[in-house]
Design a protein around this ligand. Structure first.
Ligand code: GLA
Length: 738
């Protein structure tokens, strides 16, 4: 069992080893502030030595006053126990939704948690790790709460370590990552839901008394219908430039559950973790279980600042190679689907070169022989080149791409299998299913059992052998199209491990494969895809450089999708491709896709001469400003959800360069989107900036503002007119200090 958690462990264990022990006598009241630049969470023991959250708000200037905050409150009025418990156990004094629910081997379902000790470790000038040990005096079950706080970015990562200190196995029915408490009243929650090609559809509501639950039970592709990302706004609906907001996410790629619990006083509890649904987990004596992390940032100046902080944090501390470079590419999926051969592909390599992108990405359809992958009903699992389509193998393609002057990348979906495949025939016991029931398919496929180490080795081997055979392979697109139906594991049965471990062990399994892959191939860029945007969280993004937000590449739709993803993710991780979806002109499509990591999925040679010329110039322009998009500060200027236009801006950290994108997003005629200027943000008021239109379509007249010089002060107080309207649906402006 220990192996299940090792991938998350080393950092924490080594960190713990360095901690200075602050063990406090149990009779004494203990106050533990967790402070970032703009926020303080204060935890305190009560007379019974239970740990409570007594404050969530602005930091106090006199640290000694944290200890007396609780004297101003009268808690415990509800009759449901301690509403502000820092980690609510079940079966004793609490009758509210628990953070943890366990049953002892003798059937005793009660748990008490008392404060034992806490430690603080300064990891660097910006980051403090606080850990707090709580223990049940009767069963010796132990809970350690971890809070890792990054001061400058106001980001907190919170997780929990559960340890069975008793003599018999404990069964855990619920094991949350975090249990927060917020005083005040009037909490607005923006949650996100979706389906295929309609991911990240936000909706905001005032939370009313009772529990609002956001969850997933899909196993894999967990974010397809609900998202583990949320915006919580205090006292008012979330605003971009003002108000206290939290942007949060459970960093876990499997089933999750977020409970927002409002009581009669309006106070809010937030309990977040792995979904307990069908996931009772057994913890043998002496073993421990590490929960995934809740990651959140707090801002008192609205969602704009909160996003910029989260973006900075993600690039610096989380996403693989978050500060690095990315490859622009041409993908063949929508250009060919499954219908290609070597001649078609090598012609596309030349297209990629002429377009000016860095890499050619070969998508689905290149593998399987007995059941060739000529459609999505067969072949998945058989990762040998299809000899009819690719008689000379991948190696030939890699070298032909190199000759054409581009790198080569490839699509895989190694966790899944078509029943029509040799893999399924050979290893039916590797497939998640209930053998006595009819199989249920999602996109004609089933999920492999990643709780099984043999299957983990197989998945590792798919990628490893591609790299061994083709050391110059430069990019992987890792897809995951199916959800888990008929959750059943032959492996767990064989090992005598309860089936209720499957959902959790699957995700631990995939993380351990990725851990092993990254140990061997630390930097190769890998795009995470899940039938569009079904997967993408800050745990799995430790292993991926970027992700695919949606198969919906209609540029009009995409403006909204990219806008909503941008609350949580920096543009460097968002793969945006120009395709033939939608009716917008090529300029509009390229402009939209440029707000992220630019790619193309079109038949370039079939475009008109002017369209081709435009694309080539646009890729060149992008190469000139991509560092601002990837690494600069993002400002959401005009929200397409409330307006007939959208405008987004990126500013370099030194405020010397910026790029602004504006789009007309309505079908209605004679709108007034070009009547007023748009206020720019994030510039230096004292600097002078030259405004220049870029990505201009051949033969069109430049914007009236193009070439003009304005002060940063003017641009931020008066603004510039982006001139988007029914005739001119998009514009891109470079704003450079002179
Ligand atoms: C998924 C992905 C697409 C494409 C196809 C290939 O749907 O989201 O981008 O790779 O699979 O089958």
């Amino acid at each position: 069992m220990k192996n299940l958690i090792t991938n998350l462990l080393p950092a924490i264990l080594s960190a713990t080893a360095l901690l200075s022990d602050n063990t406090t006598l149990s009779a004494q009241q203990v106050t533990i502030p967790i402070v970032t630049q703009n926020n303080a969470i204060v935890l305190q023991t009560d007379r019974e030595n239970r740990l409570r959250t007594v404050y969530f708000g602005e930091p106090l200037s006199k640290a000694e006053e944290y200890a007396v905050i609780s004297t101003q409150y009268r808690f415990d009025e509800g009759g449901d126990g301690i509403y502000n418990s820092a980690y609510t156990p079940a079966g004793t004094w609490s009758l509210s939704e628990p953070a943890i629910q366990v049953t002892q081997a003798n059937g005793n379902p009660s748990l008490e948690l008392k404060y034992v000790s806490h430690k603080e470790q300064k990891l660097d000038d910006n980051c403090i790790l606080t850990s707090i040990v709580l223990k049940d005096p009767v069963s010796l079950f132990q809970v350690t709460l971890f809070y890792k706080a990054w001061k400058k970015e106001n980001v907190i990562e919170q997780w929990t370590e559960l340890q069975n200190g008793g003599k018999t196995t404990v069964s855990m029915q619920k094991y949350a990552s975090a249990n927060l408490w917020f005083p005040g009243k009037g909490f607005y929650l923006t949650s996100f839901h979706g389906r295929w090609a309609k991911e990240m559809q936000g909706s905001e509501q005032l939370l009313t008394p009772g529990i609002k639950t956001i969850d997933s039970k899909l196993g894999t592709r967990a974010m397809l219908l609900q998202s583990p990302n949320f915006i919580l706004s205090f006292n008012q609906p979330a605003e971009e430039e003002s108000g206290t907001v939290i942007l949060g996410q459970l960093a876990w790629s499997g089933n999750f559950r977020l409970d927002f619990d409002v009581n009669v006083y309006g106070h809010l509890r937030l309990i977040v973790g792995i979904n307990p649904y069908a996931s009772e987990y057994m913890l043998p004596a002496g073993e421990m279980f590490l929960t995934p992390s809740l990651i959140y940032t707090v801002s008192r100046k609205g969602t704009g600042e909160a996003s910029r902080n989260l973006h900075d944090w993600a690039r610096t501390y989380r996403v693989l190679d978050g500060q690095g470079e990315r490859l622009t590419l041409l993908n063949n999926w929508e250009a060919t689907y499954f219908d290609f051969d070597e001649t078609k592909l090598t012609t596309l390599f030349k297209d990629a070169k002429s377009l000016g992108v860095d890499l050619f990405l070969l998508d689905d359809g290149w593998f399987a022989n007995k059941y060739p992958r000529n459609h999505d009903r067969a072949g998945l699992g058989d990762w040998q080149e299809n000899v009819k389509k690719l008689p000379h193998g991948i190696g030939y393609l890699v070298s032909e791409a190199k000759k054409a002057g581009v790198k080569f990348g490839i699509w895989i979906e190694p966790e899944m299998v078509n029943p029509k495949s040799e893999l399924y025939e050979k290893h039916p016991d590797w497939v998640i299913r209930q053998p006595e029931r009819p199989e249920v398919y999602y996109r004609n496929q089933l999920v492999l059992d990643l709780s099984n180490p043999e299957v983990q080795n197989f998945v590792f081997g798919v990628v490893d052998s591609l790299f061994i055979k083709n050391p110059e392979l430069a990019f992987i697109k890792w897809d995951c199209n199916a959800v888990i139906y008929n959750a059943g594991s032959a492996y767990l049965n064989k090992k005598g491990i309860p089936q209720s471990h499957l959902y959790v062990d699957y995700i631990k399994g995939i993380y351990s494969v990725l851990e092993k892959l990254r140990a061997k191939y630390p930097k190769v860029p890998m795009m995470l895809c899940s039938g569009g945007g079904g997967r993408g969280d800050y745990e799995i993004l430790k292993y991926f450089t970027e992700f695919w937000p949606s198969d919906d590449t209609d540029p009009l739709e995409r403006i909204f999708l990219q806008w909503d993803y941008s609350y949580f993710f920096p543009s460097i991780v968002s793969c945006n491709h120009v395709t033939d979806w939608g009716k917008q002109p090529i300029k509009f499509r390229v402009d939209v896709a440029s707000m992220g990591k630019l790619g193309f999925d079109i038949v370039f040679s079939a475009l008109s001469e002017n369209d081709r010329k435009f694309c080539q110039e646009a890729v060149g322009n992008y190469n000139g400003y991509k560092d601002i998009i990837w690494k600069g500060d993002q400002y959401r200027l005009v929200n397409p959800h409330d307006n007939d236009m959208a405008s987004m801006m990126y500013v370099s950290k030194d405020k010397a360069r910026a790029v602004m994108f504006s789009f007309f997003v309505s079908n209605r005629q004679r709108l007034t989107t070009d009547v007023e200027p748009i206020l720019l943000k994030g510039l230096d008021p004292a600097k002078k900036y030259k405004v220049e239109e870029t990505n201009r379509y051949p033969g069109t007249r430049p914007m009236p503002n193009s070439g003009k010089v304005y002060s940063g002060d003017f641009l931020m107080k008066i603004g510039i007119n982006a001139k988007v309207n029914t005739g001119n649906t998009s514009s891109v402006m470079l704003i450079e200090a002179i």
